[in-house]
Design a protein around this ligand. Sequence first.
Ligand code: FAD
Length: 275
Amino acid sequence: MFNELGVKCTILERGERILKRVDGDAALAVQEKMMKNGIDIEFNVDIDRVDFENGKFEVAFSQSSKKRVLQSENVLLATGRIANVDSLGLEKIGVEYDKKGVKVDKFLRTTKEHIFACGDCIDSPKFAHTASYEANIVVHNMFAPAPFAVDYDKNSWVLFSDPEIAIAGIGEDEAKKRGLDVEIVKYDYRVDAKAQIDKAELGFVKFVIDKKSGTIIGVVVLNEDAASLSGEAALIVANKMNEKAILNAIHPHPTLSEAYGKLSQQIFFNKMVKR
Ligand SMILES: Cc1cc2nc3c(=O)[nH]c(=O)nc-3n(C[C@H](O)[C@H](O)[C@H](O)COP(=O)(O)OP(=O)(O)OC[C@H]3O[C@@H](n4cnc5c(N)ncnc54)[C@H](O)[C@@H]3O)c2cc1C
């Protein structure tokens, strides 16, 4: 955002690429565009010190065993959030917590069974909609006889980057990390009517499919308007849909959501050819 406003920006990144929790394909596309737009990104950085002298910040960091210093007018600290529960006195009532937050089981019960916790104060994805999802489960579990368990494998979220990234369920990298037997299929927005009308330079819809069941367990969308495609992605994953279920729907033309149908067609025909 600052870069778009004409500010010279340098990102000091701890890892080998930005957005380590995001599907690699999508994250690298955003990273490339940021660099193309003039943002400098320094990778494998360890921050040693931040000083403020004579109206300027001085950030000292180590990179590949070299010591470097960067001067800037401002520093934007964006290294994440942690639960803020230390001062609540939870230990006095037997509710356990650690540096990741209040400890809960899959029914969101704390170590005191009649006390529940949800949202940013527990170790779960830190999103507004995830907090709401958990809150609904907590209220249900407080009063209903059969408790619901949380299922973060169907969580969805949007990164409002340029272009945007929408993710539902388990992305390709995460599936591989978990050792899941998955098939990856991708629809390139360059062949898409609406994307061409929009003059979108890059983008895709990717399905992560569980090979055994044929269920789509993850959806990744890279597009300038990926946010508006996130709802269908969430529905596909939460309802454990396969390509046939998606093909039941008639997606309107020309819209970016047609990609879901086109990709499902591709999976369907591939299966026919293999037979
Ligand atoms: C800058 C920023 C941008 C974000 N953007 C998005 C986004 O685009 N989409 C998204 O899904 N999520 C976003 N999030 C994350 C989202 O805001 C949180 O995940 C969500 O608000 C968590 O809800 P919560 O109810 O657990 O906590 P909160 O919304 O933080 O609510 C906790 C409340 O408890 C109060 N409180 C704290 N301590 C005490 C106390 N001792 N006694 C009484 N009250 C107390 C606080 O004042 C606060 O009102 C963003 C977060 C930040 C910081």
